[in-house]
Design a protein around this ligand. Structure first.
Ligand SMILES: [Zn+2]
Length: 247
């Protein structure tokens, strides 16, 4: 049951068609892992916390730097030098004290990825590099956990939702070994847009409403202000999800 306070706090989304108090209860029970507390992780975490997702685990190994502040809106001037997980969990709890936030300081790697995603209900890709995305994609497939991919560069971003065994995974789509690491150009509004799309996908999935970005890659070009969509297919020979069969 939702409390009077929760009915008030979430009233405007409870009004949404197909959402209702039942949808809010589902959000309250949901447990979401956000891999990364930076440019994408900030808007994803903020909107999931605001919407009342009951349990958010945020994983990041970095400390806040001055050069993060143009886009990583969970972190402020006063946080420079702090662990991102501390800065993030403090802000999220201030935003919504009704939810649980668990912050883990780890570098996601082959050895710990399975443990870090645990038995959570959903995994959000808020990373800045392809090798870690591949690790998360593989863990999501192995554990049958829906995976919400997002990536940004400059004015451009892309996003896709993966339902293991049912829809294309990111390994069905990307075959590249890696993207160049290190610092790349980005304006804060780009991860804000992509992260908000990921957050909306997560909320729709949990509540069970709307159409998801499955079997299509949604791309955003902020420079020319265009969205585009590319149909993708589950690859029967995909090294991560091929063994699960098709639709
Ligand atoms: Zn695949």
């Amino acid at each position: 049951m939702l409390t009077a306070d929760e009915l008030d706090r979430y009233g405007r989304q409870i009004m949404l068609r197909g959402f209702g108090e039942e949808g809010q209860e589902k959000l309250k029970k949901a447990r979401v892992v956000i891999a990364g507390g930076g440019g994408l992780g900030s808007p994803v975490a903020i909107y999931l916390a605001a919407a009342g997702v009951g349990m958010i685990r945020i994983i990041d190994h970095d400390r806040v730097e001055l050069s993060n502040l143009n886009r990583q809106i969970l972190h402020w001037d006063e946080d420079i030098g702090r662990r991102k997980i501390d800065s993030a969990s403090e802000k999220l709890k201030k935003l919504n004290w009704k939810i649980e936030v668990e912050a883990i300081e780890e570098t996601i790697a082959v050895a710990n990825v399975s443990h870090l995603v645990g038995d959570f209900d959903l995994i959000v890709d808020a990373m800045d590099n392809l090798p870690t995305r591949y690790l998360l994609n593989k863990a999501a497939i192995e554990k049958n956990i829906p995976f919400f991919h997002g990536a940004v560069y400059g004015f451009e971003g892309r996003t896709m939702t993966v339902i293991p065994g049912k829809t294309a995974c990111i390994k069905c789509v990307y075959h590249g070994a890696s993207t160049p690491g290190g610092k790349f150009p980005v304006i804060g509004a780009t991860p804000a847009i992509i992260g908000c799309i990921q957050a909306m996908e997560v909320i729709k999935y949990i509540v069970g409403i709307g159409e998801l970005i499955t079997d299509r890659l949604l791309t955003f070009d902020g420079f020319n202000m265009k969205f585009a969509e590319f149909k993708v297919k589950k690859d029967p020979n995909c090294e991560d999800c091929g063994h699960l069969g098709g639709k």
